[in-house]
Design a binder for this molecule. Structure first.
Ligand code: BYC
Ligand code: FE
Ligand code: FE
Length: 481
């Protein structure tokens, strides 16, 4: 049976879903493919399409050993359709259909809701590639450049994952949505991407690392919730996507760690102990810690917006109907229906920020966001250990969830990172203390020069502990042509 076999690389579209026996879907995908390649060439990594990149390609879906590393020209990357193995006994784990066999086809009454989830998920993937397309030109090393391109080809594969679901299960409107995913563009005035954070720019590598740390982690949380779906093809698709996601977050987490390491080393070597002596630190050609804090404030708050509103009937309906579960739903010990449960939600009550108990079903976006914040905070602790170890007195902190919000009730107010409600005028006066200013952006940009000699690293970032695929840090990860 096609569902657990190794990936079939003999078809034009590698897959483990038996595409060669599914003529209708194969034809639809083959029709979509040229437009996809045009999109990749137009909106994918700028300037490196002919280079040989040491990339991993998925060759199976079993745990461990699914990746093969080799030099590939990116436009020739074998983007495939890969679903985690099917569990034929799988039951729906939550909501009103709990205990029934998982659906192998789309239930008619949930068609619109499921399609919307697939389209939103699918829209973010190419958006991130578009946001990151200029970064190759300023990569701090070949190792980092490879990681960027690895993330890019995998996000593009995630687009394929959603396009497969749309074309296989949603007929004509699915095909139209698949075309729409290639039409919208990050930041475009007329046809923007669907969610806020995916229309922002990723101007430099510090933003790239913050994005992969904070925003790819929203991706992880959302994919984990969809991996619980009663619609089995969606659950299996997202489960395999999650195995790739781990590397994206590693790139961000280790990237920021290396920036911190380099900054602290340079400060200590120069005898600078005051992290707020920004001019002195910057004169060393490294990124001062307060600028890191501002970038973290920005990317965390943009990512919080991706969880939607505090109170959401969309979220309640998706759960009740068995389409989108909670983070690790199958590990939670309760009734998985939540009809009489409550959940504490931070809200705006008469202009004040207060916690109120809300029906658990409509508070599901907040529950997921809280799970996200917990995970995010544990990484920040590791970054702080690095600063402490260097003997510098500075602590990175997550801002309050009320800070710099554009979605939900806190978009109506302005607060400091500590959560203090401020006058709009005062916020405007002080925001350069909390969010990257033009001056900060210009300074970071001034450090962004490509370092393309194997084994060399730009002065603002420490080398990694080791390379990728057991290669050392001086391996030629990209052969630039
Ligand atoms: N920007 O009821 P609400 C990833 C809209 S990232 C603009 O609270 P809901 C990745 C909302 O659509 C993961 N609009 O919404 C990471 C709704 O509009 P309609 C992507 C927004 O549905 C890095 C209205 O406001 N996947 O994979 O409960 C690199 C009312 O809101 C925003 C998913 O998100 C926003 N931020 O929650 C690459 C999973 N937020 O319907 C990839 C699928 C809300 O009234 N999506 N709105 O016109 C979902 O589960 C939900 O749609 C959301 C929103 C969590 C996004
Ligand atoms: Fe993705
Ligand atoms: Fe990702």
């Amino acid at each position: 049976m096609p569902d657990t076999m190794a990936v079939d690389y003999t078809t034009s579209i590698p897959n483990n879903v038996g595409l060669s026996e599914d003529r209708r879907v194969l034809k639809a995908l083959e029709k979509w493919h040229p437009g996809y390649l045009d999109w990749w060439k137009e909106m994918g990594p700028e300037g490196f399409q002919e280079s040989l990149v040491y990339l991993r390609t998925a060759v199976g879906v079993e745990t461990g050993g699914w990746a093969k590393f080799d030099y590939v020209k990116m436009p020739e990357y074998r983007w495939g359709i890969l679903l985690a193995p099917q569990d034929k006994e799988r039951l729906i784990g939550f909501g009103q259909h709990k205990g029934m066999p998982a659906w192998q086809e789309v239930p008619g009454e949930y068609r619109a809701m499921l399609r919307r989830l697939c389209v939103i998920q699918g829209d973010t993937e190419p958006a991130s590639v578009e946001q990151q397309r200029h970064l190759g030109a300023t990569a701090p090393s070949l190792y980092d450049m490879r990681n960027l391109f690895q993330v890019n080809v995998e996000e593009a594969r995630h687009l394929w994952a959603m396009v497969y679901l749309l074309q296989k299960y949603f007929g004509k409107d699915g095909r139209e949505e698949a075309d729409g995913l290639l039409r919208r563009r990050s930041g475009d005035v007329d046809q923007p991407r669907m969610l806020g954070a995916f229309n922002e720019t990723t101007p430099d590598w510090l933003s790239f690392f913050m994005f992969t740390y904070f925003t790819d982690r929203d991706g992880k949380m959302q994919l984990e919730s969809l991996a619980q779906s009663g619609f089995d093809p969606l659950a299996r698709t997202t489960r395999f996507m999650l195995t790739e996601e781990a590397h994206h977050m590693f790139v961000g987490d280790s990237g920021i760690n290396r920036v911190i390491k380099r900054t602290c080393e340079a400060m200590i070597a120069a005898g600078i102990h005051d992290p707020y002596d920004i001019n002195a630190v910057r004169s060393l050609g490294v990124i001062d810690l307060p600028t890191l804090q501002k970038k973290a404030n920005l990317h965390y708050s943009l990512s919080l917006d991706l969880f939607g509103s505090e109170i959401s009937t969309n979220a309640a309906n998706a759960y009740t109907n068995g389409l989108k579960g909670r983070y690790r739903e199958d590990k939670i010990d309760d009734d998985h229906q939540l009809l009489n449960d409550t959940y504490p939600v931070l809200r705006l009550v008469n202009g004040q920020v207060e916690t109120t108990l809300e029906p658990a079903l409509t508070a599901l976006n907040m529950r997921l966001r809280d799970d996200y914040t917990r995970e995010t905070a544990s990484g920040i602790k590791r970054w702080n250990k690095q600063i402490e170890k260097a003997g510098i007195s500075y602590e990175l902190k997550l801002p309050n969830v009320t800070f710099n919000r554009k979605i939900g009730v806190f978009s109506e107010i302005e607060t400091s990172p500590e959560g203090l409600i401020l006058d709009h005028k005062i916020f405007e006066e002080r925001k350069d203390e909390w969010l990257p200013s033009q001056d900060d952006g210009a300074f970071v940009a001034s450090l962004m020069h490509a370092e393309v000699r194997p084994g060399h690293y730009a002065g603002w970032i420490a080398p990694p502990k080791m390379g990728i695929d057991n290669k050392s840090g001086d391996f030629e990860f990209v052969q630039i042509q």
